[in-house]
Write a protein that binds this ligand. Structure first.
Ligand code: PEP
Ligand code: MG
Length: 560
């Protein structure tokens, strides 16, 4: 029986099977490798390799779409576009003309893009993996090496990798892969998103994952985030029973969100655009609590047209005729850089720089046209449109945003509470707006001074930190409705604690909704309050978790 390994569970469920590690890394072609002198032939083979990679990615995309995974197809098509990037091809050509061998030229040309992306924030940095994957595929072709990818196996297996490339995950057969385990990656990595879409249990950010030997039988619990090598039959049976109990509870988890004694807590979905509406509805979202509009603007040199914006907003509003849709205005900068709205100069700390609403001070036209598009989109529809600004710090900023909303005809302005100053002085911000929504991801980053993009600080990026709970309390008690739309809302135990702190709605990625609904209905408001009090009285995040659980006995029914 092996020592249990702890990572981050990003897709629930239990999987047991032998480890299969993804085909090894493609070695870096040695620096200084030269071609034999025929630059034209060398260039043709380099460009042909890139084109073959692009075509293969598209073909995988079609296979993924045929299996119902249209998200996967979109990711792969985006990767194919990167492989065909004319700037990249120019870079390769230039290196080959200088005498560099094709494989090395590809490696170096990608290096330029890689550095740009790696330094450009969480969303972009997550794409470094995509870029490396394209590079390695092209180099493998040029050097006649096996193309990295998912191993063939005669039996279902647990797929282990340093990080998974979209090209691998999108074409995986869920019947063959019983779980994903990666050493790197976070809850927003492609591995996590696609694993949830496919319904395959997944644990990411597991130190030592790739040291697991090939063929070792492991038990993966995607809810607990654990991997147990060589599990006993009893351990497998217990984990399976807990997962089955959870699955039954989830099937029964329907209807509007409420505690067991009938205190309503609307459960809403976090979305990035109209394509996420289907999953939100399928999981019983009562509306949208966070529409991250920057997804409409990512990867573009120019902002979408007014009409394009309006249509993207209307589609979502139409999907919730009786609900609310909370749209967040552009949160550009730091971990969400937008090509057409660059941060000014060299900011040494982009997370503390011009991002979110701060950036709109220099671009009031961008904010005004977004608000106008929202007003037009909502005209004549019954859904309640609420619009909030990200990264608001004080009452003046809240007032300025509310004024911009009024001017554009947006009736229900609100602000995100994700800066500790705003949380502590929530009572000053409350009279300016109609509602708050707490962004616990950023609130935790700023409260604990732990950059959310730095993997090594994961222990401090924990919304269970009692200091974070202390910041939620004044925001939730400031006299305006106060939701939570950070990842914390999707943690079933923490969701109960947040309700106990006075939070009035919870918004999360759609797959988390059923478990949170099931957790809430198993507890009374009084139990949630007791859990909140106990968590705040604790000294550490770990102790806060444990203390809250003692007041939340219903979590055990859910195998939690
Ligand atoms: C947050 O900060 O908690 C939040 C919901 O916003 P984002 O993760 O998009 O910054
Ligand atoms: Mg945020």
């Amino acid at each position: 029986m092996g020592q249990v390994m702890q990572g981050a569970g990003v897709s629930p469920g239990v999987g047991v099977g032998p480890v299969r590690t993804i085909a090894g890394a493609v070695p870096e072609p040695p620096a200084g490798s030269r071609h034999g002198g025929d630059a034209d032939a060398e260039r043709d083979s380099a460009l042909a390799a890139l084109e073959a990679v692009a075509a293969d990615l598209e073909e995988r995309g079609e296979r993924a779409a045929a299996a119902g995974n249209t998200d996967g197809r979109d990711v792969l098509n985006a990767q194919a576009l990167m492989a065909r990037d004319p700037g990249l091809a120019d870079g390769v050509r230039a290196k080959i003309v200088e005498g560099t061998a094709a494989a090395r030229a590809v490696f170096e040309a990608f290096g330029v893009y890689r550095e740009m992306l790696a330094g450009a924030g969480e969303y972009m940095a997550a794409r470094v993996t995509d870029l490396d994957d394209i590079r390695d595929r092209a180099i493998a072709r040029l050097l006649g090496l096996p193309v990295p990818g998912v191993p063939e196996s005669g039996e279902p297996f647990v797929l282990v990798a340093r990080d998974l490339a979209p090209a691998d995950t999108a074409v995986l057969d869920p019947a063959q892969v019983v779980a994903f385990v990666t050493e790197e990656g976070g809850p927003t990595s492609h591995t996590a998103i696609l694993a949830r879409t496919m319904g395959v249990p997944a644990v990411v950010a597991l130190p030592g994952a790739t040291a697991l030997s090939e063929g070792t039988r492991v038990l993966v619990d995607g809810a607990a985030g654990t991997v147990r090598p060589d599990p006993s039959e009893a351990e497998v049976a217990t984990a399976r029973a807990a997962a089955a109990a959870r699955a039954t509870a989830l099937q029964e988890s329907t209807g509007p969100g409420a505690t067991g004694d009938g205190h309503a807590v609307p459960l809403l979905a976090n979305i990035g655009g109209p394509k996420d509406v289907e999953a939100a509805l399928a999981n019983g979202a009562e509306g949208v609590g966070l529409y991250r509009t920057e997804f409409l603007f990512l990867d573009r040199a120019a902002p979408p047209s007014d009409e394009e914006q309006e249509e993207a907003y209307r589609k979502v509003l139409e999907a919730f005729p009786e609900g609310r849709v909370v749209v967040r205005t552009l949160d550009a900068g730091a971990d969400k850089p937008l090509a057409f709205l660059p941060a000014p100069g060299d900011e040494p700390n982009p997370a503390l720089g011009e991002r979110g609403l701060r950036m709109m001070r220099r671009h009031p036209d961008v904010l005004a046209s977004q608000l106008a598009a929202l007003t037009r989109a909502a005209a004549g529809l019954s859904a309640k449109l609420q619009v909030m600004a990200p990264m608001v710090t004080d009452a003046d900023e809240a007032a300025a945003f509310a004024a911009a909303c009024r001017e554009a005809g947006v009736a229900h302005p609100g602000v995100m509470i994700e800066v500790p100053a705003a949380a502590l002085r929530a009572r000053d911000l409350a009279p300016e707006v109609e509602f708050f929504s707490i962004g616990t991801n950023d609130l935790t980053q700023y409260a604990c001074a732990a950059d959310r993009q730095v993997g090594g600080l994961a222990h401090l990026q924990d919304p269970w930190q009692p200091a974070v709970l202390d910041l939620v309390a004044p925001a939730a008690g400031a006299g305006v409705p106060c939701g939570v739309c950070g990842e914390a809302a999707g943690d079933p135990a923490l969701a109960c604690v947040l309700v106990g702190l006075g939070v009035t709605s919870l918004s999360m990625s759609a797959p988390s909704l059923p478990l949170v609904r099931a957790a809430l209905v198993r507890h009374t408001l009084e139990q949630c309050r007791a859990a909140a009090e106990a968590a705040r009285a604790a000294r550490t995040a770990e102790q806060a978790r444990e203390a809250a659980r003692t007041h939340l006995p219903g979590l055990a029914d859910l195998g939690l």
